[in-house]
Design a binder for this molecule. Sequence first.
Ligand code: ZN
Length: 125
Amino acid sequence: MNNENLRPDEIKKIICDLSLRRSKLTGKLLSPGPMVEGCLHIIYKKCGKPTCHCKDGKKHGPYIAIVRKVNGVSKLTYVDKLDVIDKAKAYKRYNKRLASLRKINEKIFSYLRHLRDINTTVYEK
Ligand SMILES: [Zn+2]
């Protein structure tokens, strides 16, 4: 992060802004609705019948599925309920917000460390 030339008051302002963003984000993260683990995928596929149009042309679908890792292996489950899709979307949204929170925390940490360093001298005899 390029914050070498910032004055302490500029750093304080940045940290205050970041803290406000973090606070809003945390507020959203504190009240999650029901979620379903995994990643939504839209799938088109061939049925295997030799005379079907899907053999050479348009495949069947779209089908919606949730993919998640189970013991390191991807497990795919077809979804037939709309509320499950919403819950999977909520899960994705929640994870995005968690990632944003982490980035904001890292920035705050970095600026605070910089603030420490510009106020610190070495004491030697
Ligand atoms: Zn087919």
